[in-house]
Design a protein around this ligand. Structure first.
Ligand code: TRP
Length: 325
């Protein structure tokens, strides 16, 4: 349902940021659009469908790890904390954690506001006594936590290997920002996907049913709808590529024929085979993952992986930097 207030909403700051990112990204010599713009309502729902795909192992493996080890997490991180989830989406993995650690509050942070509130409402039904304080925000920027959680110990929760969607330098910046948001003495439970055979990786990002393709292509539909575009969506195809040198899966939208289109009055032309780069998913070996955390101001204190070492769940603590030697 659209309320009158929403329909009459003036151009929000988020809309102009979307416009600026798309226009700059389409004009760049190597076209790229930041991945956070995938997540309109349709994109968020398609993403949830991705997490249920047989090819998409990360969600299954991480959920099993959480289910198996949340008691240990509770013992190490302590009960009665505020759980702060970065990029909470549907909060599908959260109940396992919440029932184990018995938190004093839950703060889901997500860029998709209506999705965030729907998920928070669903969770509230299962945890009626738990204060749930949703924050609609881009978690890449420093976030002011609700005043109610100021005096509580903090446990950050960053599942889904979302950290891999940033280039390593940006991932380190984000980890440092999180350490600043959560404060000294905070813990962070983070899921990080491992480097593995491209025979496993590629299908996870290019499934047989084409759900990931629809997710990627939905970005173009969103641009057409929200930014007055006339992009011929059917002239694009989804590509997933393993970039071994950078240890990452790349998602692109590839023009299958020469095309010309406008977005917000600006004309763009693309040759057949040219792509718009829409997502990176960096993968980390065991040492890489721990080094990344340390570089970001977090000291790993425990780690759980599946038998095949496909995915790691790591608990880390924010500590004051050592001064010696
Ligand atoms: N962070 C997860 C990953 O990289 C989930 C994800 C983000 C994703 N964007 C995606 C999965 C696009 C598939 C396609 O795997």
């Amino acid at each position: 349902m659209t309320t009158l207030a929403e329909a009459a909403r003036p151009l929000a700051a988020a809309d102009s940021a979307f416009r600026a990112d798309v226009l700059a990204g389409l004009a760049a010599p190597r076209r790229a659009i930041p991945a956070r713009w995938f997540y309109d309502r349709a994109g968020s729902e398609l993403f949830e469908a991705i997490t249920a795909l047989p090819e998409y192992y990360p969600t299954r493996v991480e959920t099993a790890l959480l289910r198996a080890h949340c008691g240990e997490v509770a013992a190490l991180a302590g009960r009665g904390r505020a759980v702060i989830e970065f990029g909470s989406g549907s909060s599908a993995k959260t109940p396992h954690l919440l029932s184990a650690i018995d938190p004093a509050a839950y703060v889901p942070i997500d860029i998709s506001g209506d999705f965030l509130r729907a998920s928070a409402d669903a969770l509230a039904a299962d945890f009626p006594a738990l204060p749930i304080l949703p924050v609609e925000a881009n978690f890449m920027a420093p976030i002011a936590l609700p005043a109610d959680v100021a005096r509580l110990g903090k446990l950050g929760f960053f599942p889904g290997s979302t950290i891999g969607n940033m280039a390593p330098a940006a991932a380190v910046d984000l980890l440092r920002t999180m350490a600043g948001t959560l404060g000294e003495g905070a813990s962070l439970l983070i899921g990080i996907d491992r480097i593995k055979s491209s025979d496993v990786l590629i299908p996870a990002y290019d499934d047989a049913d084409g759900v990931t393709a629809r997710f990627n292509l939905n970005l173009l539909t969103r641009i057409n709808r929200e930014l007055d575009g006339d992009i011929p969506v059917d002239a694009f195809r989804h590509r997933a590529i393993w970039n071994a040198a950078a240890a990452r899966i790349e998602m692109h939208l590839e023009a299958t024929r020469p095309i010309s289109f406008t977005v917000d009055g600006t004309r763009f032309t693309m040759a057949a085979g040219e792509t718009i780069h829409t997502e990176n998913s960096h993968k980390y070996g065991p040492h890489d993952a721990r080094l990344l955390l340390r570089a970001g101001g977090w000291t790993p204190i425990a780690e759980w992986t599946d038998a095949a070492d496909n995915f790691a769940l790591i608990l880390a603590e924010a500590r004051a930097p050592a001064t010696a030697p």
